[in-house]
Write a protein that binds this ligand. Structure first.
Ligand code: GLU
Length: 271
């Protein structure tokens, strides 16, 4: 094989730049892994082309930028409701922005920054449903929720202990079952339910019951003991509200769902 002198010089230059880390290509720099949901429209969604969208995704990108990471240096990793603590404990992700409610049980395993959003548990019903108007009505019904979520636990322990609860891995599985009348209702945060109801493919099919069954304060999960990161993220969240980005993200992502949200909450975790 004949290699021109110019070609050889170029090849060597590339090698040297790569080895010394001098190339300013983003691929050379370390990435920031962030855990998000992949299947919650309006919150955390991996769209068919691979693009990510949603309120949590916008919040994650904002925080990343404040930490010095441009969008091309973010690696979004899928988290499920049941594995968020593990993903942090095993260093699979740096932080989690995934409709992740702050509570004492979780705080025994991870730390949170925030909260940055307040949602309430509600029910999603087929438009034709008339028999479910309050939580107790669920006691004779089949309900879908997600393993490891506060929604499933609330139903089991207080809202409707006699309900038959089908627990699945992600909320999109509940939607399919509800659409096909395999079950009577699904339950989780109103912000999540509104996102599904507003999807084009679901237009006219579902309604929210409009019940406020709990307070769900979304925090950004970090590894337990990482107070430095927790403090930095809190600073980013405060700035996000102050400079109007929070309001913009809410409008951009929940506007279509006509979802009435709570105002930005006071930060209570860490400093
Ligand atoms: N916010 C609730 C939770 O953290 C329900 C939503 C979810 O499962 O992500 O458990």
């Amino acid at each position: 094989m004949k290699v021109s002198k110019a070609g050889a010089v170029a090849a060597v230059t590339v090698l040297v730049l790569t080895a010394s880390g001098c190339g300013d290509d983003a691929a050379d720099k370390p990435k920031l892994s962030i855990g998000v949901k992949f299947d919650q429209p309006g919150l955390g969604l991996r769209e068919p082309g691979g693009r990510f969208s949603g309120f949590d995704v916008d919040v994650a990108r904002y925080v990343a930028k404040e930490l010095g990471y441009a969008p091309d240096r973010i690696e979004f990793k899928q988290v499920f409701s049941s594995d968020r603590e593990l993903m942090l404990q095993y260093n699979e992700v740096e932080f989690v922005v995934a409709s992740y409610s702050i509570n004492e049980k979780r705080k025994a395993q991870v730390d949170f920054a925030g909260p940055y959003f307040v949602a309430h548990q509600d029910l999603l019903l087929r438009t034709s449903e008339t028999g479910i108007n309050k939580a107790e009505d669920l006691n004779s019904k089949t309900l879908c929720s997600v393993t490891g979520s506060t929604s499933a636990e609330n139903v089991r322990t207080k809202l409707a202990p006699k309900a038959h609860v089908t627990e699945v891995g992600g909320y999109s599985e509940c939607i399919t079952a509800l659409k096909e009348s395999v079950l009577d209702a699904m339950t989780t945060d109103n912000a999540i339910l509104a996102g599904y109801a507003a999807q084009n493919v679901n237009q006219g099919k579902f309604k929210l019951a409009g019940l406020s069954l709990s307070n769900e304060k979304y925090g950004i999960g970090v590894k337990k003991g990482d107070t430095e990161l927790q403090t930095k993220i809190n600073a980013a969240l405060r700035k996000m509200v102050k400079d109007g980005s929070w309001e913009k993200f809410v409008k951009d992502n929940f506007g279509a769902a006509n979802f009435k949200h709570e105002p930005a909450p006071e930060i209570t975790e860490g400093r």
